[in-house]
Design a protein around this ligand. Sequence first.
Ligand code: PEP
Length: 248
Amino acid sequence: MRRKIAAGNWKLNGTRASAAVLEALVEQHPNPGAEVIICPPAPLIPILAGLGTPFAIGGQDCHAAASGAHTGDTSAEVLADTGATHVILGHSERRADHGETDDMVCAKAKAAYRAGLTAIICVGETEPQRDTGTTLDVIATQLAGSVPEGATPENTVVAYEPVWAIGTGRTPSLEDIAEVHAAIRDRLAERFGPKAADAMRILYGGSVKPGNAADIFAVPNVDGGLVGGASLKAEDFGPIIAAADATR
Ligand code: PEP
């Protein structure tokens, strides 16, 4: 039985005052059945973690190195030291804005393991790739390149995020989500064995909202969601946590 996850990616949003969002969510869900993970901008990690809520706190990226001359970067070790337990890696915005390759994502995932963090590794096709029927090949290549040897159900979560669905209000059909998630689990089984693959959580991300979360989370092999825009307000993310709880 895989415990569902409701993960919020706050991206470049939030200030110290956003602690109120977390507090409101905890008031709605003081004892969630699903695992709730909030990933704020890095400077907010110790503030949110310091609230001591039942929700996990995660980073949105880390550098592959533990320390060194890398101005502006944050190590997995600092994320862990300041209260993070998870880190999102290989988000399509980082792949696009910062030229992150599968190799770089893989190195960052190894850094996450080194620091004791769970890596939430994102994969997903662009719209032209979907239109030309190469989605499953693209996902297979990204998984093979981005997920390191040593991935386990404890240290790794995969997030399927079709690039064209992020922030657009558009989502694939439930059948298309089911097809990709089943293919991801098959690829994980080939590499890590059926038992480990069966226990790994695979999240869907891309325009998850209160109105579609329950349907998406009920799709076979969907173990919850990675949520951007709808994770910024308690009135939106609260019902998404409830949907993850209800479909566990
Ligand atoms: C994301 O960026 O991870 C995401 C899923 O965004 P949104 O929910 O806003 O589409």
